[in-house]
Structure formats: structure tokens, C-alpha cells
Design a protein around this ligand. Structure first.
Ligand SMILES: Cc1cc2nc3c(=O)[nH]c(=O)nc-3n(C[C@H](O)[C@H](O)[C@H](O)COP(=O)(O)OP(=O)(O)OC[C@H]3O[C@@H](n4cnc5c(N)ncnc54)[C@H](O)[C@@H]3O)c2cc1C
Ligand code: FES
Ligand code: FES
Length: 1358
């Protein structure tokens, strides 16, 4: 039924939104097109299980399942979807399932929830609901799941804590024989089938089964898993299945800024587009949603064509397949696969190439909703599909109401400029014609990104070639590139020049010449990476050349076009099912069951986390009269503030107040964790972008954020803008409290000794964004009386929040209670910088006497809160010809940013760790802190330690290179041994370094694998492998003596239940779980009787931050003391009634008027260091370890894969091996991101470009080692910490540098083949760009280098 015009049709449109959530019908009479599904779930329906991690589809924390009924095929389709991008208006007629809808702790957990929890796959838990829902959606859609399905299901989910291994192991159980058989038989009785039940991928070959027969307990026990029974799943709402009415409705939703149309007929859609030329056609909203949220675009008219039949089908025509423009990428992939199964192989090469590219296109949640039409019409120059479609010159069918249909080809004329094309404003893209390939046609496409999965490309290449019949003579070739121009660009001239040539090396040479000419990039081009991008145009073509040559030879040409030595260049990395093992000491049979210490019990909150019941700061229900706070941030890195004008913002309806430096005295406005050297609100000058200038407080988030953008700041720019360490050195911009130095012996003597060899070098390590999944959040509630204020926030240091709030409000600390229930990750990022959020929130709540809340958007968090410090380390080292280090002088520079924050202790820890695990008799280390115009850099797991140790490993590498030895030899002869002293005079006792090293060498089978690698490298020109082992020695304690103290409060109630409070905060690291285990043993009661509610400054005051890996050590001892005090009080009652129960003794104590609450306190004895005189003991003890990693690199693309990592760590007698192994794996994978992938991208004027998961890549599921083995050293009790345990949080992180150095080894092998010098410089992180450019070869040599200093680069390395 076509109507005359859209408005007429609108007259009979439905304006009500109807959908189902967890089986319940939701009717929304006034939907606003600006509402996302996530906002609606969390704010309107109060379903807070689904989390917000990024709002840009990049982290998967918001994953829900959306189900719809396909009437044509009569089947229900279930899709994992990012609720942060899905407009709630698009849910009409659909059923949404959230984490709350599948299982709860109150009723029954779903197997996907239970298995994740029991397999220890949830640490902080913030990513967990999204991961559960991705797995759940997979289970609901696929029978007989294969590992490759799991890989795809998790491409769009990130976890920053676990290192993924535990999640994968937990979920691999769904594909194991016993589960598959049971599901296939429809039986629900549980059987462990062929699995060995130990949670190890090696099954009966697991090393655990070999090493020690007495070891029968495993990290998780599959036999306790609930069986999965698909027949028990909730049914799809019958109303949606039976009645098509909701599908057929024409919808019009009018919001305050946007009107949403959902036509169901093509004619109506065309009319609407004719009338509203500027209307956005939204299918998946994956582009538009990001534009609205982060670019603040407002689109008055949105049209959703998802129900227009012509745009949603795939049909076959005589030349190929006609794909409707609204067909989603996932649907397209499924249909293409069905044609691939049916058609002759040669015909489907085009389809296969598209499918293989789709595997690297976003994550599954995005591909489930994003349409092919959206990708074409967005016209991103780094689109992944457009190069393929352009190389094929696909036909696009367009249509408008006025001009009817027309077709255009996607050739070099289609894109007319950045994100512009030839489609007219009144036209829509109706469909795309994808041709089948012909018999002699071959197609290859490659995408190179920072991360293989779910990343935007740096360069994408598509090569489409057709040969003369039965020959290798090029009949036709069309090459297209993404990432090389403001549009996807066809290599027109190159393609022309190749016609008629033979597919051989001469043709390749010719291609290089042409590509160099056709794809010049100016040195300042946006996106940077100029040399890499230019190299890739040729390297990726070369890959295609090799791959197609192989195919042609195999298919019809009986001639070898390439030699086997070169053929590895044709391949790309594809993941595979990872294997793992975990080896730890079991508690003996003699340990009583109720004693939880030493057992791998699951995280205390795991069950709540997997069900979405765990409460994080922003999940706290709204309070009466609550307001929202939004930030006004500096957009200049160095400028005088001429004026701040909030008038317009304050006029907006719903805006309540604006606060700035004017609302505080100069002293109140000065804040900082150690020195008060920064302003809460910048007043006269800004010295970094992302500094707070003021805050707007309004009735809701949207109003506050919109108004904040209306605050006008006038600046007068100042010079210089110092961004990098090198800039700071040039301008002599350092914090005055430094440099500091530590000196032992006389390094100059070692340098002068003629028996020694002396070299100089330097290394550089980039910063790292914390990327905790939960951004900073705070909620302040005024108590209306006596200036009392309660602050609930995500802080690792509640006491400091109380102290600073007291300082800015001039209210005594006893009126200000700071509480932290849990954080969605911290990693040091919430140690001091939380003040930037909590203080303004507290100020606003105090001034307005109303509750105020704020949770930073991801981009704000990344711009404001600082990162791990980038470091530059310059060294001079003297050594014997055997490689024994005799002396070293090391200058360490860190980039502190605009305030000193914790940069002092960070550089000091780097100084304490500059020798890593090596004894250096004569040395001097000098630490400098650079003052730059960047956000203030801060604590991050390792706290300077990894950066210092990186210096030592670079020295070892350089010494090995100089002497022609392996670095392993150098490391081994320099390793610390028992009773040797460090350069700060601390003697090493109970030093297990050598044991860790030897065990790691043995377990990793290093010697044999080195030989295998040599053989591999000899046979493969374009793939190289490298292996490397690193030791680590990490000092445990705060280096500031006074911080080594902790408190606890233990309360026993008359029913025998115990409430434990201590000074540490829970951020996923399992601290509360360990404290419960300690209390359980100390009190002799079952862990189920003890509860920890939260960390609060009114329970345990004056605490230190939960940091320095010392949380368990310090708080554990305080808990122990509190328990012992109460034990003493209960002892008389136990003596009187030895056969009684805990409850009896407790009750008797109460009846006898004995206090049942006690505090505990611990101050680490025998610790403290005097910098001036270099005496004392900065550390309580050391945690030791070693890791061996093997990698393989692709020398042409710069890509790499970890093949195997073996870790051995001494954690004393672990309180909880599952938690400790989780910390090792999570720390290692986080370190792996630091050393290989994560890159902060800054402009030379201090603008951060990497502001979200789209641009900043942390490791994903596909990046973990293909084999990952972790062993805890046995028989190494630690006398200096609670129950002989050792700290674990930070020490493993550095072990990931083994991947960096293994990459360096592999590059070295490539350089041997290329005949270029073996001595080369590689900065950390070893990104694909750096790896590729270090593999110098015939391609890289061709790229002309611009004269340094002759241009302003697009980005700089801070
Ligand atoms: C996390 C994330 C990861 C991503 N990863 C990748 C990636 O790896 N590779 C890549 O290439 N892209 C990627 N993208 C970009 C994006 O997902 C794709 O471009 C996607 O195909 C867009 O489809 P959509 O349906 O969501 O578009 P929408 O956001 O709904 O629309 C996009 C644009 O296309 C226009 N449009 C849509 N359909 C029509 C039509 N029929 N006629 C006229 N105009 C139309 C709209 O008006 C709008 O301007 C990613 C995006 C996100 C958020
Ligand atoms: S919050 Fe939706 S993907 Fe990150
Ligand atoms: S458990 Fe995955 S982000 Fe914390």
C-alpha cells in the first residue's frame, strides 16, 4: 500500500514502542530516538547487569541478545548485539534478553554463568555480563559448537583482567565430547565423558597428570558443572511469533531533537528521503551511533529501512548475487557460505575473499547489525570492504522517488572526497551486485591493523586479477587500497601498466615502481605511519602475488612460479584452539575441609558477577533529587585562560549550577596525592588538554553534558608545548625534586678497566592506558546534618578521597565517609587520579545539598586521568668478554605530565629495578621526571618497575649481540644468587631466582626449541620465529615506609556470622576472597560464615592505597591480628565447651559480656630506605619468576602471533592458586599489550587521538599465546608474609617482555636473510608497524625517507 506522501502516511503511523525484555512486555508510549537500548535498560528498567564500557561498540560489556522471528523462514533468530549502539527505537517487535534474564543466584544459574564463575573467568566482573551474553547467544544459535565459533563469538568482547585463558577454558567445556554428546542425545544427566575433568586443554596428556601422582585436585572441577539443556531455555514471546502486526507497522517516534521513521515499504522510504534529503538512513547504527555520541552530531530525521523487503534480501542473478543494502554483514556471510557450498569453487573466489575479510571486520556484535550499505555509504577511507568491492567494480543500484532507479559502478569515480560519493541526497542505495569470479580470475584481500581482530585497518589491499586462458599472463587487473588516501583508492595507473605482463617477479618489480609513484604520502599525513603504510602497499601486493601464484600453479599451470622458501609470504595468521596448563601445589589431605587457605576457590563475588547482580558505583539506584555532573575540559595543552563563560550553559533547562576555581580558595583548589601541585579547576592557565576547568551540574546526564559543551572558554595560546621526553630534555623541563640517584661502587672504574668491553645504548618504552572496563565513577550523598557527606566511588584509595574532600570543603575528615564496594578494574589508574572525579562530585553535592553522580565517558576518562609513564632509558655498560656485567651507568627519564602526582615513587621504583635480576657490582642509576603538557601520568601495575627492568633486558640483549652469544647466556651468568646484595644494599635471602629460571628453561624445552626454530627460519623467508627467556625480581612493599601499614575490623554477631572489614579495596584481584580465606583459617570457621561488604573509611580509617601488590600482605596480617584477638577472647568458652560449635562459643561470649569486635593493625617491620645515604631496606621481600616465549612474525605485514609462553613464578605458599594464576595470566596479557600493541597517539600539540577502544587496542581473545603454561614454584614458603604467601599483582607483568624480545629475535633472523646489519633498534611497543619496518628488505629500501625536521609529523611518541 503506497501512500501519496510521507506525512499523510505518518497520520496512520504507530507512535508506541513495544518490545519484550526478559520475557516481559515493555510498552513505551514516548520513545526518544536518542535513547540507546543500554540507557533504556539501565535507567528506565533499572536492569543494571548490562554494563557501559565504551559506548562505541568496542568492548562488548553491553552485549545483550536480541531475538526476532523470521516469518518467511519460520525460525527465530538470536543475535548478540551491543546495547550501547542499538537505538531502543529499533527494538520494536523484538525480544531482548539481558544477563538478568538467564539466571540468578536467587533461583538458578545458567550453565554459561556457572561455568565462567567456576572456571575463574571473572575477576573484576565488569566485562563478565557481556561475555556471558556472547556465549549465551552462541549457544542459542548454534548446535555442535566448534572452537572457531567461540573465536568468532568473542571477537567483540574485551577483558582487561583475566588474560582470557580462564574464560576460554570454562567455555571450551561446551564443545567437549561429553557436553556435545549429551546435548545431542537430549540427556540432562551429567557425565564427564572422555575429559579428564581438570580444566586443561591437554586432556590426559596434561603435565599435571604426569608430574606428580599425588596431584588430583585441579584449578576447577568440571564434574560440578550444571549440564546445559537447551530445552530449558525461555521461549520466544508467543505474541511476537503469532502476530505480524508489530513487524508491519509504520512507525514514527518523535523526540526532542530527532524524529525516527520506520517505513515498511520502499515507496514510503523513497518519499521520506525525497522530503528529507538530509535524513540519515540507519540500519545498524554502528557509524551513526558513534557520530551522535562522540562527534555530537544531531540528525533531525532518521529512517530505518530494516523492514523494507527489497533492501533486506539476497537474490541470485545471471552474474552473481544481488545483496540488499540493509542486509547485515553476518547475514551476508551466511548466505555467501551457502552459495559457496553449492557452486563450483572457481566461481566463488569473490565470495570467499569477502567472507575472509569479514572475519577481521569489527566483532560479531557489530556484524550482526551493521549493513553492507552502511559500510559503502559511510565511505570511510579505511573501510575493509570497499577496497574489495572497488577492485571488483561492483554495480550499485540506487533509487529515488523523483528519478527512479539508476546504477553506478564502484570504480575510481565513485568516491568524490572524504566520506563523499556520487549518490544524490534524495537517493538511497538499494542493492549491491557482487559478481561471481570467472575460471581464470583470482582475488586476494589483506588488512593490516594493530590488532588482528576487531580493529580498524591501517592499510587494506584488494587485488583482483584475471589471466588469459590457461596462462599466467594478466588479462585484467584491478588493485584497490584503503588507508592510503582520504578515499578508498584504485591503483588505476598501476593496474593499467600491468596488463599483458606475466605473473612473475618482473611484474612484481614493475608493480612496486608504479605503486611508489601512485601512492605517495606526505610526511605529515593524518594517520601517521607513513613509511609503514607505503611499505604495506607493496608488501601486501607481494603477499597476493605469492598466494595467487601458488593457486595458479595448483589449479592449472604445471610450473612452479615461486620457490618453497618464499611461499610462507603468502600466508596469514589465523588463531587456533589455545592449550594451557596450570601447575600448583595442592593442600595436603591433613588440612581440614573448613580451612580455605591454599585452595583454588572461586572469587567471592564471581556468582554475582556472572549474573549481573554485582553492584558497581553506577549501578546504585538513583536517589531522590539526584543530579548529574559533567566536565568542562581544557582543549589546549598550554594556554592562558582569558575568560570562562557559563552563561549560555546555565540558561539550558535542567541545568542547576556551574562550579569552577572561583568556588574555592587558592589553597582549597590546590590538590595532589603527595604534593598539592595541581589545581582541581584550572584558573589562570591550562597546562594540558583534558584538565578540568569547571563542571556543570544538571538534572540528568544528557542535559549536563550538552550544557558543558556550551561553556565558552577563551584561551591565549602559550609556547612551548612539551609533549615528549625529548622535548622536555630540550627545554630542560623537569620536576625540581629530581634527579635522584643511587650509586654503588665506582662505575667509572669499570668503564676504564681495559679488560672490560663498554657499550652505550638506549631504549624507550611507551605509556599505557589503564583501560579498566569500568571508567572512573563517583556518587556523593549529603547527609543534611553537620556537613556529613557519603561518597561512593571507584577508588583504590578511599582514605585519600576523604582527606582531599575534607581539604576542599574545609570539613573535618570525621564527617566524610568514602566507600568502595568494588571496582571494575583499577590497575593503579584509580589510586590517585580518582580525585579528579570524586572531588568535584563531592563539592557539588555539598554546595547544592543534593546527591550528585558522575561516571566518566570512556573518551573523557582517557583524556583526563593519565596513563603509565612513558620512559626513556640511556645506559652505558661495562662487561667482560664472557658477558659478566661489571659496571653500568643508567639515566632514566619518565614523562610525568602536568603534575608530579606519583611520578616520584614511579621513577624511584624504576631506579630500584633497573638491574632486573642481575648483579651489577658497580653502578649508578639516575632518575629524572619530565614535566610536560600532557595529562598527569600515574600509577599502573608495576609502577615503574617494568620500565626499569626493560632497561636491564636491553643491556643484556646488547651485550649478547656484541659478544655473539644468546641473551640467555648473558642472563644466566649475571643472575642474582642467595645473599648477594642489590645496588641499594638489600641482601637477597630466600632467593629462588635460579630455581625459577632453571625450571622455566626445562619446562619450556628451550634448548630443543631453539634448534627447531633455527630449522624453521632456514626454510621460511617471510615467516620467522624467535624465542626468549626473561627473569624477574620484583620488590614487594611501598617504597615509602609510612605506607606499609594496614588495619582491619572484625565483628562477630550473636548468630555466629562474621563481618570483616579491612583497608584494601576489591578491583577484581581477589583481595576480599583471600582475606576471607585468611580469616577462615585464623578463626577456624567455614568461609561461608564470613562476609565482606565494602571498604569504608568509617570502618577502617587512615588506610594506604590498595597498591604496590601489597594488599594481601598488609591487610592479611591486620586481619590475622584481629582474628587472633577475638580467638583469645573466645578461648575460655572453647575450653569450657570443647565439643561445642562456633555459634555456641560466640553466644556464650556475648552472654558473658565479652566484646565480639576487634581491630587488627599491621606495620611491616624492619623496612625503610634512606635515599641520601643509600642504606636500609626498601622492600619486605622479592617475588621471583621467569618466562619463556616463542613468537612467529610475518615479515611482510609486521603481524605476529605468540606460539607459546611458559611461566614459572615463586609465590611462596599461595593463599589461592586460582586467583594467583589468574593474576599471572592477566598480568602477562596486560604486559603483552604494553610491549607489543598498546600505543598512545598524541599530536605534536598534545591532543590525544587514541580516546577509545576503536583507536587504542588492548589484547583481545585472539591474542593470547596458543599455548600458555603457568607453574607456581613448589616448596618455597615465604616467611615474611601472611601464611607464607607472596604478592602477585604486579610481578608477572614484566614477564611479557619475553614476547617483545622474542619478536626482536625473529626480526634478527629476518635481517640475516635480508643481509642487513643485525644491530638494530626496536622501541616498545613492538607494533606491527615497528616489526615490519625493522624487517628491512628490498621493499622497505625503496621508500624515500623525508628529511628529519623538514615537516611536522601527524603524531609524536610521548
Ligand atoms: C566497534 C566498531 C568496529 C568497526 N569495525 C569496522 C571494520 O573493521 N571495518 C570497517 O570497514 N568498518 C568498521 N566499522 C564501521 C561500521 O561498522 C561499518 O561501516 C558498517 O558497515 C556500517 O553499517 P551500519 O548499518 O551500522 O551503518 P549505519 O550507522 O546505520 O549507517 C551508516 C551510514 O550509511 C548511510 N546509509 C546506510 N544505508 C544506506 C542506504 N541504503 N542508502 C543510503 N545511505 C545509507 C547512513 O545514512 C549513514 O550515513 C566499525 C564500527 C564500529 C562501531
Ligand atoms: S559499552 Fe558497548 S561495546 Fe563497549
Ligand atoms: S574481569 Fe574482565 S575486565 Fe575485569
Amino acid at each position: 500500500m503506497g501512500l501519496l506522501n510521507a506525512d499523510q502516511r505518518a497520520g496512520e503511523a504507530s507512535t508506541e514502542l513495544i518490545f519484550f525484555v526478559n520475557g516481559k512486555k515493555v510498552v513505551e508510549p514516548h520513545p526518544d530516538p536518542e535513547w540507546t537500548l543500554l540507557w533504556y535498560l539501565r535507567r528506565k528498567l533499572r536492569l543494571t547487569g548490562t554494563k557501559l564500557g565504551c559506548a562505541e561498540g568496542g568492548c562488548g560489556a553491553c552485549t545483550v541478545m536480541v531475538s526476532k522471528y523470521n516469518r518467511k523462514e519460520k525460525r527465530i533468530i538470536h543475535l548478540a548485539v551491543n546495547a550501547c549502539l542499538a537505538p531502543v527505537c529499533a527494538m520494536h517487535g523484538l525480544a531482548v534478553t539481558t544477563i538478568e534474564g538467564i539466571g540468578t543466584t536467587k533461583t538458578k544459574l545458567h550453565p554459561v554463568q556457572e561455568r565462567l564463575a567456576k572456571a575463574h573467568g571473572s575477576q573484576c566482573g565488569f566485562c563478565t555480563p557481556g561475555i556471558v551474553m556472547s556465549m549465551y547467544s552462541l549457544l542459542r544459535t548454534t548446535q555442535n559448537i566448534k572452537y572457531s565459533d567461540l573465536e568468532v563469538a568473542f571477537q567483540g568482547n574485551l577483558c582487561r583482567c583475566t588474560g582470557y585463558r580462564a574464560i576460554i577454558e570454562g567455555y571450551k567445556t561446551f564443545i567437549e565430547d561429553w557436553e556435545v554428546k549429551r546435548v545431542a542425545n537430549g540427556t540432562s544427566s551429567h557425565s564427564n565423558g572422555t575429559s579428564n575433568g581438570n580444566g586443561c586443554a591437554m586432556g590426559k596428556d596434561c603435565c599435571k597428570n604426569k608430574i606428580d601422582d599425588s596431584e588430583t585436585e585441579f584449578i576447577f572441577d568440571k564434574s560440578s558443572f550444571l549440564p546445559y539443556d537447551p530445552s530449558q531455555e525461555p521461549i520466544f514471546p508467543p505474541e511476537l511469533k503469532l502476530y505480524p502486526v508489530l513487524d508491519e507497522q509504520y512507525l514514527v517516534y518523535e523526540g526532542s531533537k530527532t524524529t525516527w521513521y520506520r517505513p515498511t515499504e520502499l515507496s514510503t522510504l523513497l518519499k521520506l528521503k525525497e522530503k528529507y534529503n538530509d535524513a540519515k538512513i540507519v540500519v545498524g547504527n554502528s557509524e551513526v551511533g558513534v557520530e551522535v555520541k562522540f562527534k555530537h552530531c544531531v540528525y533531525p530525521v532518521i529512517i530505518m529501512p530494516n523492514f523494507v523487503p527489497e533492501m533486506n534480501t539476497i537474490k541470485e542473478n545471471e552474474t552473481g548475487l544481488v545483496v540488499g543494502a540493509s542486509v547485515t554483514l553476518m547475514e551476508m556471510e551466511n548466505v555467501f557460505k551457502s552459495y559457496i557450498d553449492l557452486l563450483p569453487t572457481y566461481k566463488t573466489r569473490t565470495l570467499k575473499t569477502i567472507i575472509s575479510m569479514l572475519n577481521w571486520f569489527a566483532g560479531k556484535q557489530i556484524r550482526n547489525v551493521a549493513a553492507i550499505g552502511g559500510n559503502i555509504m559511510t565511505g570511510s577511507p579505511i573501510s575493509d570492504l570497499n577496497p574489495i568491492l572497488m577492485s571488483l567494480k561492483v554495480k550499485l543500484n540506487l533509487m529515488s522517488e523523483k528519478d527512479g532507479p539508476r546504477s553506478v559502478f564502484m570504480d575510481e569515480t565513485f568516491f568524490t572526497g572524504y566520506r563523499r560519493n556520487v549518490v544524490k541526497p534524495n537517493e538511497i542505495l538499494l542493492s549491491i551486485e557482487v559478481p561471481y569470479s570467472t575460471r581464470y580470475q583470482y582475488l586476494r584481500a589483506y588488512k593490516q591493523a594493530k590488532r588482528r581482530e576487531d580493529d580498524i585497518s591501517i592499510v587494506t589491499a584488494a587485488i583482483n586479477v584475471e589471466f588469459e586462458n590457461h596462462t599466467n599472463i594478466i588479462k585484467y587487473i584491478n588493485i584497490a587500497y584503503g588507508g592510503m588516501a582520504p578515499v578508498t583508492k584504485v591503483a588505476v595507473n598501476t593496474s593499467k601498466a600491468l596488463k599483458g605482463l606475466k605473473w612473475d617477479e618482473r611484474m612484481v618489480e614493475k608493480t612496486y615502481e608504479c605503486l611508489l609513484e601512485e601512492f605517495p604520502l606526505p610526511p605529515s599525513v593524518p594517520g601517521g605511519n607513513v613509511l609503514f603504510r607505503r611499505t604495506l602497499t607493496m608488501s601486501l601486493f607481494f603477499k597476493a602475488y605469492l598466494a595467487i601464484a601458488k593457486d595458479v600453479c595448483k589449479d592449472y599451470l604445471n610450473e612452479d612460479l615461486i620457490i618453497p622458501y618464499h611461499s610462507s609470504g603468502a600466508e596469514q595468521f589465523h588463531g587456533g584452539m589455545p592449550k594451557s596448563s596450570q601447575y600448583f601445589e595442592l593442600v595436603g589431605d591433613r588440612q581440614v575441609k573448613s580451612d580455605a587457605v591454599g585452595r583454588p576457590i572461586t572469587h567471592f563475588s564471581a556468582m554475582k558477577q556472572v549474573t549481573g547482580e554485582a553492584i558497581y558505583c553506577d549501578d546504585i539506584p538513583t536517589a531522590e533529587g539526584e543530579l548529574y555532573l559533567a566536565f568542562v575540559l581544557s582543549s589546549k595543552a598550554h594556554a592562558r585562560i582569558v575568560s570562562i563563560n557559563a552563561d549560555e550553559a546555565l540558561k539550558q533547562p535542567g541545568v542547576v549550577a556551574f562550579f569552577s576555581g572561583k568556588d574555592l580558595t587558592k589553597d582549597q583548589n590546590s590538590i595532589g596525592p603527595i604534593f598539592h601541585d595541581e589545581e582541581l579547576f584550572a584558573t589562570e592557565k591550562v597546562i594540558s588538554q583534558g584538565q578540568t576547568i569547571g563542571v556543570i551540574v544538571a538534572e540528568d546526564q544528557q542535559t549536563a553534558q550538552d550544557a558543558a559543551r556550551k561553556v565558552k572558554i577563551e584561551y591565549e595560546e602559550l609556547q612551548p608545548i612539551i609533549v615528549t621526553i625529548e622535548d622536555a630534555i630540550k627545554h630542560n623541563s623537569f620536576y625540581k625534586q629530581y634527579p635522584k640517584s643511587i650509586k654503588r661502587g665506582d662505575p667509572d672504574k669499570a668503564f676504564e678497566d681495559p679488560n672490560n668491553i663498554v657499550i652505550e645504548g638506549q631504549c624507550r618504552m611507551g605509556g599505557q592506558e589503564h583501560f579498566y572496563l569500568e571508567t572512573h565513577a563517583a556518587f556523593a550523598i549529603p547527609k543534611k546534618e553537620d556537613d556529613e557527606l557519603e561518597i561512593i566511588c571507584s577508588s583504590q584509595h578511599p582514605s585519600e578521597i576523604t582527606k582531599l574532600v575534607s581539604h576542599i570543603l574545609h570539613v573535618p575528615m570525621n564527617r566524610i565517609v568514602t566507600k568502595v564496594k568494588r571496582m571494575g578494574g583499577g590497575f593503579g589508574g584509580k589510586e590517585s587520579r580518582g580525585m579528579l572525579i570524586s572531588l568535584p562530585v563531592a563539592l557539588a553535592a555539598h554546595k547544592l545539598q543534593r546527591p550528585v553522580r558522575c561516571m566518566l565517558d570512556r573518551d573523557e576518562d582517557m583524556q583526563m586521568t593519565g596513563t603509565r609513564h612513558p620512559f626513556l632509558i640511556k645506559y652505558k655498560v661495562a662487561f667482560t668478554k664472557e658477558g659478566k656485567i661489571m659496571g653500568a651507568r643508567v639515566n632514566i627519564y619518565n614523562n610525568g605530565g602536568y603534575s608530579i602526582d606519583l611520578s616520584g615513587p614511579v621513577v624511584e621504583r624504576a631506579m630500584f629495578h633497573f638491574e632486573n635480576a642481575y648483579y651489577i657490582p658497580h653502578c649508578e642509576v639516575i632518575g629524572h621526571i619530565c614535566k610536560t603538557n600532557l595529562p598527569s601520568n600515574t600509577a599502573f601495575r608495576g609502577f615503574g618497575g617494568p620500565q626499569g627492568m626493560f632497561g636491564a633486558e636491553n643491556m643484556a640483549w646488547d651485550i649478547a649481540s656484541k659478544l655473539g652469544k644468546t641473551a640467555e647466556e648473558i642472563s644466566r651468568i649475571n643472575l642474582y644468587r642467595e645473599n648477594l646484595t642489590t645496588h641499594y644494599g638489600q641482601s637477597l635471602v630466600h632467593c629462588t631466582l635460579q630455581r625459577c629460571w632453571d625450571e622455566c628453561v626445562e619446562k619450556s624445552n628451550l634448548a630443543q626449541r631453539r634448534i627447531d626454530i633455527e630449522n624453521f627460519n632456514k626454510q621460511h623467508r617471510w615467516r620467522k620465529r624467535g624465542i626468549y627467556i626473561v627473569p624477574t625480581k620484583f620488590g614487594i612493599a611501598f617504597t615509602e615506609k609510612l605506607l606499609n601499614q594496614a588495619g582491619a575490623l572484625l565483628i562477630i554477631y550473636t548468630d555466629g556470622s562474621v563481618l570483616l572489614s579491612h583497608g584494601g579495596t576489591e578491583m577484581g584481584q581477589g583481595l576480599h576472597t583471600k582475606m576471607l580465606q585468611v580469616a577462615s583459617r585464623a578463626l577456624g570457621v567455614d568461609i561461608s560464615k564470613i562476609h565482606i561488604s565494602e571498604t569504608a573509611t568509617d570502618k577502617v580509617p587512615n588506610t594506604s592505597a590498595t597498591a604496590a601488590s601489597a594488599g594481601s600482605d598488609l591487610n592479611g596480617m591486620a586481619v590475622l591480628e584481629a582474628c587472633e584477638t577475638l580467638n583469645k577472647r573466645l578461648q575460655p568458652f572453647k575450653d569450657k565447651n570443647p565439643d561445642g560449635k562456633w555459634e555456641d562459643w560466640v553466644l556464650q561470649a556475648y552472654l558473658n559480656r565479652v566484646s565480639l569486635s576487634a581491630t587488627g593493625f599491621h606495620a611491616t617491620p624492619d623496612i625503610g630506605y634512606d635515599f641520601k645515604n643509600n642504606i636500609g631496606k626498601p622492600f619486605n621481600y622479592f617475588t621471583f619468576g621467569a618466562a619463556c616465549t616463542e613468537v612467529e612474525i610475518d615479515c611482510l605485514s609486521g603481524d605476529h602471533q605468540i606460539l607459546r609462553s611458559d611461566i614459572v613464578m615463586d609465590l611462596g605458599e599461595s593463599i589461592n592458586p586460582a586467583i594467583d594464576i589468574g593474576q599471572i595470566e592477566g598480568g602477562f596479557v596486560q604486559g603483552y599489550g604494553l610491549f607489543t600493541m598498546e600505543e598512545l597517539i598524541y599530536s605534536p600539540t598534545g591532543t590525544l587521538y587514541s580516546r577509545g577502544p576503536g583507536a587504542y587496542k588492548i589484547p583481545g581473545f585472539g591474542d593470547i599465546p596458543l599455548e600458555f603454561n603457568v607453574s607456581l614454584l613448589k616448596g618455597a614458603p615465604n616467611p615474611r608474609a601472611v601464611y607464607s604467601s607472596k604478592a602477585v599483582g604486579e610481578p608477572p607483568l614484566f614477564l611479557a617482555s619475553s614476547a617483545f624480545f622474542a619478536i626482536k629475535e625473529a626480526i634478527k633472523a629476518a635481517r640475516v636473510d635480508a643481509g642487513v646489519p643485525l644491530d638494530f633498534y626496536l622501541e616498545s611497543p613492538a607494533t606491527s608497524a615497528r616489526i615490519r619496518m625493522a624487517c628491512e628488505d628490498h621493499i622497505t629500501k625503496r621508500i624515500p625517507r623525508p628529511e628529519p625536521g623538514s615537516f611536522v609529523p601527524w603524531n609524536v611518541v610521548p
